[in-house]
Design a protein. Structure first.
Length: 362
């Protein structure tokens, strides 16, 4: 059973709508009406279920029906499953219907982030729903495709340019890219800078890409320029012309990022610098890069994958002075060990399969 499903079960009865954000090309409806529904049946006895999805309610206005359900279920335990929130009218009102209702849960899928889509109306629902992310692909999933996953852009006004941009980002997965740098390297798209800013942000909100900011973990300062991207359909990396060794590393990095996001953690690229004045000159060097800062409320962890091809970087990572717990993810299924310096070592495959709970979690 997906950890996402377990998290949803843990939040039943909390008086807030449960929003599952997903990429349009995931089987979110099947997941909602299949695994989630069956899991709830196994947890709650004598629970009433009500399903809403586009094929069942093509007129799009379900508020009256929801009002009838709430009135009918005053003394009953009920779950309302709604697939494709923004297909229906008045999405903010739909979310608010479930606020404060401890006996009725609304579990809803959305193929775009709610706050992004609602814009100013988001203030009407802020704090009234819990957001989850249904990762299109996790470690162990087999997805083979002859083309990139771009269905989420099918109604976008600049569709062709956006698809070309998406392919560029996939081909440069894991790299630090600024918007202006992307513009300079994709002149064939022939668009202004704001197109890149808006379109990349949209891709992130549509669940097409993971967007990671860069954070200097010594002082927790967010670096002002440059982001790191990975496709949520990680199999798209296989469609690039990158060398196989690089694809291997990028896919493992992307699987780690996907696993962390799927468990509702915040993920950023972790950077560490060492600076000193030598002979009157200020000099700095990168202690480690391509690590990941994982955060959950006030708890933090830094994870770096050891591909055994840069021992110096790993040694610098272990020596870096930071108050944040550090983990080296080594290839294979090695069980957790912790050295005298407090550095944790854990098999990467274990981490991708079990998540951070596999080593005690947060």
């Amino acid at each position: 059973m997906k950890k996402l499903t377990l998290d949803i079960l843990d939040n039943l009865g909390n008086g807030k709508a449960k929003i599952i954000t997903c990429n349009k090309e995931t089987e979110a409806g099947d997941y909602l009406l299949g695994e989630v529904k069956e899991a709830i049946k196994g947890k709650i006895n004598n629970c009433l279920f009500f399903d809403f999805y586009p094929e069942k309610y093509p007129n799009r206005n379900i508020l009256g029906r929801l009002a009838d359900i709430i009135d009918f279920c005053k003394d009953n335990r009920a779950v309302v499953l709604i697939h494709d929130l923004f297909f229906f009218h008045y999405p903010e009102a739909i979310i608010n219907v479930f606020y404060g209702k401890n006996n009725i849960d609304g579990i809803i899928t959305s193929d775009i982030e709610v706050s992004y889509k609602l814009k100013d109306k988001d203030t009407q629902v802020r704090g009234r729903y819990i957001r989850f992310f249904l990762a299109p692909m996790l470690y162990g999933d087999e997805i083979k495709s002859k083309d990139y996953h771009v269905k989420a852009l099918e109604n976008y006004g600049a569709k062709d340019a956006a698809i070309e941009l998406y392919k560029y980002l996939v081909n440069h997965s894991g790299e630090v890219l600024s918007f202006r740098q992307v513009l300079e390297q994709t002149k064939s798209i022939d668009r202004r800078l704001m197109f890149y800013v808006d379109t990349i942000n949209l891709m992130n909100k549509l669940g097409m890409i993971y967007l990671l900011k860069r954070v200097d973990v010594k002082d927790m300062d967010e670096l002002s320029s440059g982001f790191v991207y990975y496709p949520t359909f990680i199999s798209d990396i296989d469609l690039t012309d990158l060398p196989n060794e690089k694809k291997f590393k990028l896919k493992y990095e992307a699987f780690l990022v996907a696993k962390m996001f799927s468990e509702n953690y915040m993920v950023n690229r972790a950077i560490s610098y060492h600076a000193d004045t030598i002979d009157g000159k200020y000099k700095s060097r990168v202690e480690f890069n391509r690590g990941f800062l994982i955060e959950y409320f006030n708890r933090k962890c830094i994870i770096k994958i050891d591909f055994s091809d840069n021992n110096e970087m790993i040694e610098n990572f272990k020596k870096a002075k930071t108050h944040i717990p550090q983990m080296v993810a080594v290839l294979g299924h090695m069980e957790l060990i912790v050295d005298k310096a407090g550095i944790a070592y854990y098999g990467l495959e274990n981490l991708l399969e079990k998540g951070l709970k596999g080593y005690g979690g947060f």
